[in-house]
Design a protein around this ligand. Structure first.
Ligand SMILES: Cc1ncc(COP(=O)(O)O)c(C=O)c1O
Length: 361
């Protein structure tokens, strides 16, 4: 046993030593339809303008007021209500971590419906907070009775509702969500409406933010078109957001990230057009999948489609062999048996997917 081994074993938390690092699927050379990225880039002239702009940024300085400019631009973009504040995270992933840290009081429990976004449970685990996952119904709707019972029993400090949900891609019933928000309020907990997929959805949670002080709305620029830039934002009543913001590392948003995000918001029309194309392609892909024998796609309000096939492992391998990478989510939850999650790509990528799928089934 080396000194390094001895030191690691004593110094690093045991539960961390037992964890596997988050694995990113290798994707070089493949049509990448696995992580809900926007497949479109900016036109060459705008890319050149962005390059010029980033070249002017003072990299020798720590991030300063430009972060405030970005917060103001995002507040205007999202329509942040009066009395609310917005904080920035290095992606929503960081915001989830900060929320977990802020709410990891002794005896706290965090909750989310399952299947859902994996970071809610992982981040709870990292803070040593028990996570309660409440199964969705077989058609991926909220199980209201089970949720209300779980809220009454566990009194969660945090309830995450991804709206639309990942990987099921649906928007849940608004009346049910209202009742869950009320129930969490009664046990003095917080509800995080995670709107990562808002650019592709028919509805959002801004009205809830206005109506309920215990609601936070979290969004990201990732699915909008800047997954590589890492900008997430959390909105809620100012007093509440200010508490979470105390945990934020002071320089968490790099000057390059802030500038790139500001540039993108100045060209929000480009991104809105990309989102519109993705939404129309989503409907086309959904219809094509529904017409394939042996494929059951669910309706989507996001930039992905969840589909069940007879043998997800074999279909995943067949697609990959034909150069298309999707996500096999079968092992994530029993409700997802033999399900693939397919990100919507460019029209040409979607054609390639559909052709490869036809051959792989
Ligand atoms: C529901 C949901 N929330 C948050 C995220 C993370 O987004 P970000 O890239 O901002 O960390 C994802 C990523 O896939 C997601 O599916």
């Amino acid at each position: 046993m080396s000194l390094l081994d001895d030191c690691m074993r004593r110094a690093v938390r045991n539960d961390i030593q037992g964890l596997h690092a988050y694995a990113v699927q290798p994707s070089a050379g493949l049509v990448k339809l696995d992580t809900m990225e926007n497949p479109h880039r900016l036109p060459p002239a705008l890319r050149a303008a962005l390059g010029q702009r980033l070249g002017e940024v003072a990299l020798n300085r720590y991030p300063a007021e430009r972060g405030d400019d970005l917060k103001a631009a995002l507040a205007a973009h999202a329509g942040l209500p009066e009395g609310c504040a917005l904080m920035l995270g290095n992606g929503s992933d960081e915001l989830i971590t900060l929320l977990s840290m802020a709410c990891a009081t002794p005896g706290a429990v965090f909750m989310a419906p399952l299947p859902g976004f994996v970071m809610y449970a992982l981040s709870a685990q990292l803070q040593r907070v028990p996570f309660v996952g409440v199964p969705l119904s077989a058609d991926f709707e909220l199980d209201e009775a089970a949720m209300l019972a779980a809220i009454a029993r566990h009194r969660p400090a945090l309830l995450y509702l991804a709206y639309p949900n990942n990987p099921t891609a649906n928007l849940w019933d608004d009346a049910v969500i209202e009742r869950l928000i009320d129930a969490v309020g009664q046990v003095q907990g917080l509800v995080v409406m995670d709107e990562a997929y808002q650019p592709f959805a028919a509805r959002d949670s801004m009205a809830r933010l206005l109506a309920h002080p215990q609601v936070l709305v979290m969004r990201t620029m990732s699915k909008f078109g800047l997954a590589g830039v890492r900008i997430g934002y959390l909105m809620g009543r100012s007093a509440l957001v200010n508490e979470i913001d105390k945990l934020r590392p002071p320089f968490n948003i790099s000057v390059l990230n802030a500038e790139a995000a500001l540039f993108a918001l100045e060209h929000a029309g480009q991104y809105a057009a990309q989102a519109a194309l993705i939404r129309s392609e989503r409907e086309r892909v959904h219809a094509a999948l529904a017409a394939m024998p042996g494929v059951q796609p669910w309706p989507s309000q996001a930039n992905m489609v969840l589909a069940r096939v007879a043998d997800a492992a074999a279909t995943f391998a067949g697609l990959k062999q034909r150069g298309v990478l999707v996500k096999n989510v079968s092992a994530m939850h029993p409700l997802l048996a033999n399900c693939l999650r397919i990100t919507i790509g460019t029209p040409a990528e979607n054609e390639q997917l559909l052709a490869a799928l036809g051959q792989s089934l």
